[in-house]
Design a protein around this ligand. Structure first.
Ligand code: EPU
Length: 441
């Protein structure tokens, strides 16, 4: 299998990008669909590796899931026959732990492997498991097999307050709440718009979920039935990747469809960096190279802040800024896998050690005293990038490396393309449409 990109960089990228559906909504709507009584039709589902792997997983449980058109997925889960997720999927598909919800809904008990650590950090699910237990689910963990065994003794009810918010945690507990005979409240929730899209989907099928600022209430709901096909929102992470790349390359692109409210903090910061940003129509934006790129420091944080998924793309833009910029990662503890790789093509990036007051509150991961963390980098701008061989270690870092190669002089090889393609649909085609020279090798 060809799993590398050969990229000849150095051209300004110009043209138009049509965004695919959001990965982080597609995965959850597919999982939630297994709680539905009816067949389900989901539109705008991107054909990316994460989605294709998840489809393979649910098929292994007996579910029928097929693309009936390019991005239209039909799911029928009436033959869901197994309540055990195969171990091979546990670490391959991180969101597989979200199957707790449909499997408990269908069978009253289930066996789900611990997703384990991943490339962007330890990513424990301790808060999420505590949430399940607090809502009344019995959960045991067998460290020998690596499996959680969860069982419904009484229908879930009550309130769980996340000590620190979790995006997939909020979504999973919300789906668990659908089984309540009374009410489930989830407090100190994550506020990502992808969660709102999942709520929209569930409510459109009869669920009774309400959301206030920091709290979600799931009221007793009837069995879920889809009334009409649901179209998921666009991928705002994809937008950020292409917008930063275009501006860094000295180019000019139009991107749609996107709702402005999904990218407010990104737009503000692009303007501060001196990028040209224009709203062309209700759901279309133009991003273009203006008069140089200014260095802008960022700190990642959950929505509505500057998202952690955007920081590798920000690093790419800052490589071309006329000064140095600092990125402080607060959400995950290992999201700088691209730094070492970027150094290979001539980027000057250093880790900085800065003491933070109350790190336990400041960082969103479980901060361990005495352990050393690398959370801050300083990027020197005006980089002259040259060719090299780069290796992708995680999804967003992968996009950053491919983009850096598109800015570099000469021919660069970027290995492990399939990791990037876990989250980016038609990456090669989209880049080519913008005039970039890229092919799979
Ligand atoms: N955390 C814990 N314990 C828990 C839950 C979370 O320590 O029980 C930690 C995490 O390790 C992390 C922080 O809390 O350090 C926040 O994690 P969160 O649970 O919010 O992230 P997630 O749900 O695992 C989702 C997205 C990520 C995105 C983050 C932030 C999906 C499938 N993943 O992850 O997307 O970066 O929220 O919005 O929705 C990506 O698309 O590349 C990606 C990583």
């Amino acid at each position: 299998m060809n799993d590398s990109y050969l990229i000849k960089g150095g051209k300004p990228l110009k043209g138009e990008v049509i965004l695919s559906g959001a990965k982080n909504v597609a995965l959850k709507t597919i999982i939630a669909s297994l709680m539905f009584e009816s067949d389900v039709i989901l539109k705008n589902i991107p054909q990316i590796n994460d989605v294709l792997d998840l489809i393979e997983l649910i098929k292994s449980l007996g579910v029928k899931a097929d693309f009936i058109e390019k991005n239209t997925l039909k799911i029928n889960s009436s033959n869901l026959k197994s309540n055990r997720v195969n171990l091979q999927y546990g670490c391959k598909i991180r969101v597989s732990f979200m199957l707790f919800a449909p499997l408990l809904h269908r069978f009253g008990e289930c066996f789900v492997p611990n997703p384990g650590g991943c490339r962007i950090g330890a990513r424990p699910i301790d808060r999420i498991i505590n949430g399940l237990i607090t809502l009344g689910i019995k959960v045991d963990y067998d460290s020998e097999t690596g499996y959680y065994h969860a069982k419904i003794v009484n229908k879930p009810k009550g309130t769980y307050r996340f000590e620190k918010p979790s995006h997939t945690g909020t979504e999973l507990l919300m789906m668990i709440g659908l089984m309540t005979d009374e009410k489930v409240e989830i407090d100190n929730i994550a506020n990502e718009p992808e969660i709102d899209d999942l709520i929209l989907y569930l409510n459109s099928a009869g669920a009774n979920i309400t959301e206030e600022k920091n709290k979600i209430t799931v009221n007793k709901s009837p069995l879920l039935k889809q009334k009409e096909a649901f179209t998921i929102m666009s991928d705002r992470n994809e937008l950020v990747t292409y917008a930063t790349l275009a501006v860094a390359s000295g180019g000019d692109i139009e991107i749609s469809p996107i709702d402005e409210s999904l990218i407010t903090s990104f737009l503000e910061i692009m303007v501060r960096a001196g990028a040209g940003v224009k709203k062309i129509s209700e759901n279309k934006f133009r991003f273009y190279y203006g008069n140089g790129i200014k260095p802008v420091n960022i700190e990642t944080s959950p929505h509505p802040g500057f998202m952690t998924d955007w920081q590798p793309s920000w690093a790419i833009l800052m490589l071309k800024a006329d000064g140095s910029a600092v990125i402080h990662e607060r959400v995950f503890e290992n999201r700088f896998s691209y730094v070492e790789e970027l150094r290979k093509i001539g980027a000057k990036i250093d880790f900085i050690d800065t003491k933070v007051e109350n790190p336990d509150l400041f960082y969103h991961f479980n901060f361990e005293k005495g352990r050393s963390y690398k959370q801050i980098i300083k990027i020197q701008g005006m980089a002259e990038l040259h060719n090299a061989i780069l290796n992708i270690a995680d999804l967003r870092a992968g996009a950053a490396l491919a983009c850096a190669a598109l800015l570099a002089n000469g021919e660069t090889i970027v290995n492990n393309a399939s990791i990037l393609e876990r989250g980016y649909e038609n990456f090669v085609e989209k880049i080519r449409k913008l005039g970039g020279e890229i092919k799979k090798v």
